[in-house]
Design a protein around this ligand. Structure first.
Ligand code: TPP
Length: 548
């Protein structure tokens, strides 16, 4: 068979039924074969950045390998930001990148793909010859799954129409195993838990990945400890009365109070970075036990008192067994008072409900949180509104929150939302974005959402400004004029693009738009007009103080 057919069939043999991409010389035959011979779904986006982001969002909500394809030269360079974001978010992606024929020296698209990929943090593999295509593909897939990052498979155009033998794929990928802890390391850690009187169990992304939520909760209950999560593991313990929510710079006041008075933190699959520890200050004067399947994660950001290398669920279960066997008495931190404070706290500010008032971010997000169905995937773009609004919008579980700012870029929300909507069609996808982020990377991909009729609702918190930059200029007493924009009304724009669109200025209009948005239909955009001068420009400063 032709090389492009062998590669397409090979990709599909990894249980891949959906590929996101933008086509060109370097990949059009491969994707044609993917549809023709492998019965695959090819989802075209407007821009390569969105194709890779969509694969990333898809990988996050499904837990499967995400796959994207780009063509030679600018096809790959357009995807660089998305590769950097997905690498930092630790998403397992295969990115099939067509390259120019090696014989074609003068080709305009020519660029060293390996050098383009290197600084993004993604991996790189080359198809070395037509005969090694399936081995090279397997290496790329295996690395993406094991290394939890995108791997770009560069496919020289010279091979496209060569004949290759029809062979089955032989994979060298071994699914992850629950690594049991070293008894000596466990002994030290359990000793610390046994002597703690106010421990907190903290779950991070690593605990989500190993499906350890239930085991961690059993340990927390055995210890009489509250739970907490990193930002990326939000919702891991959502139904527990003593769940503090996010541990770190996004903690609520009652959660912070509990964290500050705790004497021991046991972290599972959490890197303990500066956001989680508030630059280390939340761990002062506490015993810190870090559990991680990856030895390289231990102590990466902060010194710890005890370390256990192993699978989160396996370690938590063994800890409970040992505490039981030694008949260790624990408890006391989970009081009725703590449960009450956590329950009574609401991130939404109290206020009047006058429907004729102009819209502001806290009110709009509180309303959205209340009205928009709970069966939702929440995607936040980046900007000042993210810092103000993230705690207000609840997520049912960690897979239902797609983080898009691992590279601190604005404009990556819409691409992620597309992949999330395709990966979890039974859950409605809610994208919350600023106007700056939406114009940066969203508008062209709203068209993609319409073309594929995706169930996405986009809420634009539109203050007609780069709010984040306004804050910065104002701090120095400078005129924020250069950060102000006069965008057109985006509601009618969305309607012209084939979606449902609303531009709303007052609370009552937002309610009317939401009433329609809660019913499934074409992709919906609500352009929420916020008066920039009503937003607090002093906003929370969530940047870690001690960035590396
Ligand atoms: C790709 C990229 N360009 C520029 C920035 C700098 N930046 C950070 S926040 C921000 C403003 C975003 O504006 P908007 O989406 O309207 O959100 P707001 O801050 O107003 O809430 C900008 C330009 C960035 N982080 N990423």
């Amino acid at each position: 068979m032709h090389f492009h057919e062998a590669l397409a069939r090979g990709i599909s043999s990894y249980d891949v039924d959906t590929v996101f991409g933008v086509l060109g010389d370097g990949n059009v035959y491969i994707m044609d074969s993917f549809r023709r011979y492998a019965n695959g779904r090819y989802v075209s986006t407007s821009h390569e950045m969105a194709a890779i982001l969509a694969a990333s969002g898809y990988a996050h909500v499904t837990g499967r390998l995400g796959v994207a394809t780009v063509t030679e030269g600018p096809g790959l360079t357009h995807g660089v930001t998305a590769l950097a974001d997905a690498a930092r978010a630790r998403r397992s992606l295969l990115v099939v990148a067509g390259d120019v024929p090696v014989t074609d020296r003068g080709r305009l698209h020519k660029i060293s793909q390996r050098d383009v990929v290197a600084p993004t943090g993604a991996g790189f593999e080359l198809v070395r010859s037509p005969g090694t295509v399936l081995t090279d593909l397997d290496t790329a897939v295996r690395r993406a799954l094991i290394e939890h990052r995108p791997v770009v498979l560069s496919v020289p155009g010279t091979f496209q129409w060569e004949q290759v033998a029809d062979r089955p794929v032989v994979t060298r990928y071994a699914p992850p195993q629950a690594v049991r802890p070293d008894p000596a390391a466990l002994d030290v850690a359990v000793g610390m838990l046994a002597s703690a009187s106010r421990p907190v169990v903290l779950g991070g992304q690593g605990a989500v990945g190993s499906r350890a939520g239930a085991a961690l909760l059993r340990l927390a209950k055995r210890l009489g400890a509250p739970t907490a999560t990193t930002l990326l593991a939000r919702g891991l313990f959502a139904d527990y009365d003593y769940d503090l929510g996010v541990f770190g710079t996004f903690s609520s006041p009652p959660a912070l109070e509990a964290i500050v008075t705790s004497d021991c933190v046991i972290a599972f699959g959490a890197s303990l970075n500066a956001f989680t520890t508030d630059s280390g200050s939340l761990l002062t004067n506490k015993a810190v036990v870090q559990v991680d399947a990856d030895p390289a994660a231990i102590g990466r950001h902060t010194p710890v008192s005890a370390a256990v290398v192993g699978d989160a669920a396996a370690v938590a279960e063994t800890m409970v067994e040992w505490l039981d066997q030694a008949e260790i008495q624990t408890g006391g931190f989970c009081s009725d008072d703590l449960a009450r404070k956590l329950k009574e706290f609401s991130p939404s500010p109290a206020g009047d409900h006058d429907p004729s008032r102009r819209l502001d971010i806290p009110w709009a997000l509180a309303r959205l949180n209340e009205v928009f169905t709970r069966e939702r995937t929440v995607v936040f773009d980046g900007g000042r509104f993210f810092l103000l609004g993230l705690p207000q919008v609840e997520v049912p579980d960690p897979a239902a929150y797609v983080h898009t700012t691992s590279f601190a870029s604005i404009g990556l929300g819409m691409g992620h939302a597309i992949g999330a909507a395709i990966g979890q069609p039974g859950r409605r996808t809610l994208l919350i974005t600023g106007d700056g982020g939406f114009m940066n990377g969203g508008l062209a991909e709203f068209v993609t959402a319409v073309r594929h009729q995706l169930d996405i609702t986009v809420v634009i918190l539109n203050d007609g400004a780069y709010g984040t930059e306004i804050m910065k200029l104002r701090r120095h007493g400078l005129d924020p004029d250069i950060c102000m924009f006069d965008w057109p009304d985006l509601g009618p724009v969305a309607a012209a693009l084939g979606g449902r669109g609303f531009t709303v200025h007052r609370r009552r209009d937002f309610d009317l738009a939401l009433e329609q948005a809660v019913h499934a239909g074409p992709p919906t955009l609500i352009d929420v007009r916020i008066d920039p001068h009503t937003v607090s420009f002093s906003g929370p400063d969530h940047a870690p103080r001690d960035e590396e």
